[in-house]
Design a protein around this ligand. Structure first.
Ligand code: SF4
Length: 517
């Protein structure tokens, strides 16, 4: 049960000894709202008093207690124009104007609150002496998104323990304090504080010391690095905009970072203005797309990964030699669409062993098979086996179509899965090779989840988990892995070690259009 504790405006003796979640809420009203949200949990809620002086005095009495995690929850003033009363701000750092205290697990809590249906922003919260006399515009210009009067003092009670700061916005630049609308803003803020309670309890339950096993290799492959570099070089050499047909690689971070620099991603060439410069993505395109670009007079640069281009060439060769080509892959994936387009009358998509039985080659002795480069090795091997069983003369690709990067990442993921309670795979939902890493870890018997970043981690996954395997798909930036490790470090100490099965030193040369003269 949630235990109410008396409000305090003076320093009091310690009021509670426990190992769970301690929530500090400055005002009684705020404490009551949070307490209601935490009803049925073992959390303890303390009303710590209004203002920095009382907060500092109270923090000094709370520090020695044996709680396991500290949350500071209350209302606050919004500094960003897009905040509205009732929005929650989860502090990624708290400043008193002199020092800045980072809060690494902010993204984890923010994600949990968003999944609960709440509007949440993360950013800097500044603690000030006076809410009315403070130059809020100056704080906003310096990057803060919310202001309060206690967090920077109360946070000192954490003393190295996991800490979270949640401020429910009661007033904003558009709806300032001391206006009639401020009352409604306060009510909305208290309602949000109450709604935040269950997520705070899950955050506290997820705290603890852990081991993280990094799979190696992980993250960017040579084809992805080349594709990104092509767009970057065009932006440098010709300036924005540069059009890119489809996502250059399947990762939201890469796409938004290039968009911010002037890349415009389109689904079809019809969206590209006549005469513009357009890049074909790493997944490749069919000959009809190239033909349309030529007809339109577009200036094209091909970022197709050379290993995808190799599969295209194999498809053309087998089709020219009169073979029916069974392409093992996933319907709708851009790479598959590009390869099918090389010889539409001669290439048939095979997604399952059942599809093998549906093939009707004109000459059963002239069947060949190819693979999408990012398939799961074991799954593809099963379908290839079914093809060879039905068509004993079936021709296989000259060398493995599943690329080195996919193979290495799957083997590494399987390795860490065997040692872990949970596997997290950094990657976007439309990234085939990232999804295959999740399946690979799951097939090894370990729960595994795909996450685009720390905020996708459901805190319930972490309960009772002491060892986390961590890897990243070939399109996921290394920085995302670092962000995930940092966020987990906000829940307790994290010991990071690496399990490297091989090292990669493959580099692909850039197309002549972007090479420096
Ligand atoms: S995953 Fe393989 S095929 Fe795809 S871009 Fe990377 S190296 Fe090329």
């Amino acid at each position: 049960m949630t235990r109410p504790l008396p409000s305090s405006t003076r320093t009091r003796p310690p009021v509670v000894e426990q190992s769970g979640l301690l929530v500090c809420a400055p005002l009684r009203l705020e404490a009551r709202a949070v307490r209601r949200g935490l009803h049925g949990t073992a959390a303890t809620v303390v009303a710590t008093g209004y203002g920095p002086r009382r907060a500092a005095a109270r923090a000094a009495t709370l520090g020695p207690l044996s709680f396991g995690a500290l949350a500071i929850a209350g209302t606050g003033g919004g500094l960003a124009d897009d905040l509205v009363p009732g929005d929650l701000v989860v502090a990624s750092e708290v400043s008193d104007g002199q020092t800045v205290t980072p809060i690494p697990s902010a993204q984890l809590l923010a994600g949990e609150l968003r999944r609960a249906g709440l509007r949440v922003r993360t950013g800097r919260v500044v603690t000030v002496d006076h809410l009315f006399r403070t130059d809020r515009d100056r704080l906003a210009a310096a990057g803060a998104i919310a202001v309060d009067m206690e967090s920077a003092e109360l946070i000192k009670a954490a003393r190295g323990r996991p800490v979270a700061v949640v401020r429910a916005i009661s007033d904003t630049p558009g709806r300032p304090l001391l206006r009639p609308a401020a009352l409604a803003g306060g009510v909305a803020a208290l309602r949000s504080l109450r709604a935040a309670g269950p997520a705070l309890a899950r955050w506290a339950a997820a705290t603890g010391d852990r081991q993280v096993l990094l799979a190696g290799p992980r993250s960017f492959c040579a084809g992805v690095e080349r594709a990104i570099e092509i767009v970057e070089r065009i932006l440098e050499q010709h300036g924005a905009p540069v059009y890119v047909r489809k996502q250059i690689v399947h990762n939201s971070h890469v796409v938004s970072s290039l968009e911010a620099r002037g890349a415009i991603f389109v689904d079809e060439l019809s969206e590209v203005p006549d005469g513009a410069r357009v890049v074909f993505s790493a997944h490749g395109v069919s000959p009809t797309v190239r033909a349309e670009a030529d007809r339109r007079g577009l200036s094209t640069v091909d970022a197709t990964c050379p290993l995808v281009a190799k599969v295209h060439a194999e498809a053309r060769r087998f089709a020219t030699d009169g073979y029916l080509v069974a392409l093992i892959g996933h319907a709708g994936h851009e790479e598959v669409e590009g390869t099918l387009g090389e010889a539409p009358d001669s290439v048939a998509l095979v997604e399952t062993t059942e599809d093998v039985g549906r093939l009707r080659p004109a000459d059963p002795s002239k069947v060949a098979y190819l693979m999408q480069t990012t398939l799961a090795m074991d799954e593809a091997a099963g379908i290839a086996g079914a093809l060879r069983e039905r068509f004993p003369d079936a021709r296989a690709p000259g060398s493995d179509d599943i690329c080195y990067a996919t193979t290495n990442r799957q083997r590494a993921a399987r390795g860490v899965a065997a040692e872990s309670d949970l596997v997290l795979v950094a990657g976007s939902a439309n990234s085939s090779n990232s999804v295959r890493l999740v399946e690979t870890a799951q097939r090894a018997g370990t729960p595994a989840h795909l996450i685009d970043g720390p905020s996708d981690i459901e805190l319930g996954w972490l309960a009772g988990v002491s060892t986390i395997g961590l890897t990243a798909g070939a399109s996921a930036p290394p920085a995302v892995v670092e962000d995930i490790v940092a966020a987990l470090g906000g829940l307790g100490s994290v010991e990071v070690s690496e399990r490297v099965i091989t090292t990669e030193n493959i580099r692909f040369s850039l197309p002549k259009e972007v090479r420096q003269s």
